[in-house]
Design a protein around this ligand. Structure first.
Ligand SMILES: NC(=O)C[C@H](N)C(=O)O
Length: 331
């Protein structure tokens, strides 16, 4: 019997700690992005037995530096790669600090059923027990698994397979830095094999209204963090700077300090789309009876940084409050 041809997987390097080195093997901070994606791949020769890999490097930066232009460039590049019938799946290496933002953005705009798996590392490539090589190998295992297709963008870190919709960075430095909170993982790597237990319920990839054709720039959306004794000046500054939306990192279940309520009311009156999210880190912000009267949108279980991504994309399609609320309820 002929052995089946291994899948062709596109590896797209964007930087992050997985591509970084520090002064010595004990150093876990104070590193810099130095490694091209080819070097990250060469460090894991076991991948050769899994897949034919074609790599590219749209940019190579720490993920705190990623801006809208880079996000659009990456999304267009990945969409183009996935449209190639010769490519079966894609793996993207990325810094972990803003990984959840890029993952959710791609989850909403890529128009493909093919598996897209993102991964990174918490320890630099030069570290004594670097986690990047195993994370990359696991990401390739998941991308090569036929059952991975149709689940949207996934994040593979430290043996877990997470849905882009739910995954958040919840630790500053541990290798167990990512969690899908109460929603749970999609699955995990068990004894060298990917196992899926869940499938994402929210709309993604082919089932969203969002596409990048014709989008030259993304609308500007600010996140404003609420707290005791807040002032209205950040809202005023955001409106004056020309923002098209504001996401409030509100207290508790998206509740607002008096200044935040005043600031959001003003912003909504000026035509900005205003979303109530929460700074708590778990649970959903539920719709409130006053949202329609105040012109506000509730973020559900999206944290502020992910609510910002969805609001930016929603504003490429509509400014209608109810339609935007629908996106927050379904995407
Ligand atoms: N662990 C990491 O990847 C953090 C890094 N500073 C980044 O996000 O690019």
């Amino acid at each position: 019997m002929e052995t089946p041809k291994p899948p062709t997987i596109a590896l797209i390097g964007t930087g992050g700690t997985i591509a970084s080195t520090a002064a010595d093997p004990a150093a876990m901070t104070d590193y810099a992005v130095t490694e091209p994606v080819s070097a990250i791949l060469d460090a894991v020769p076991e991948i050769n037995a899994l897949a034919d890999v074609q790599y590219c490097q749209p940019f190579n930066v720490d993920s705190r530096c990623i801006d809208d232009k880079m996000l659009l460039k990456l999304a267009r590049r990945v969409d183009g790669i996935l449209a190639d019938p010769a490519v079966d799946a894609a793996v993207i290496t990325h810094g972990t600090d803003t990984l959840e933002e890029t993952a959710y953005f791609l989850n909403l705009v890529l128009k493909s059923r093919k598996a897209v798996v993102m991964t990174g590392a918490m320890r630099p490539a030069s570290a004594r027990s670097a986690d990047g090589p195993l994370n990359l190998y696991h990401a390739m295992l998941v991308a090569a698994e036929p059952d991975a297709a149709g689940r949207g963008v996934m994040v593979v870190m430290n043996d877990g397979i997470h849905a882009a919709r739910h995954v958040c960075k919840t630790h500053t430095s541990s290798v167990q830095a990512f969690s899908s909170q109460e929603h749970g993982c999609l699955g995990g790597i068990v004894n060298g094999k990917p196992r899926f237990f869940n499938t994402p319920a929210a709309r993604h990839t082919l089932a969203t209204d969002f596409a990048l054709a014709g989008v030259k720039a993304l609308p500007w959306v600010d996140v404003i963090y609420d707290h005791q004794s807040a002032g209205p000046h950040l809202f005023q500054a955001s409106i004056a700077a020309g923002a098209q939306g504001i996401v409030l990192a509100g207290t508790g279940n998206g509740s607002m300090s008096p200044a935040a309520e005043k600031g959001l009311r003003l912003a909504a009156r000026k035509g900005l789309a205003c979303v109530r999210s929460s700074r708590v880190g778990a649970g959903a912000v539920s719709a409130s009876a006053s949202d329609a009267r105040l012109g506000l949108i509730s973020a559900g279980s999206l944290n502020p940084q992910k609510a910002r991504i969805l609001l930016k994309l929603a504003l490429t399609v509509t400014r209608d409050r109810e339609r935007i609320q629908w996106y927050f309820d379904h995407c």
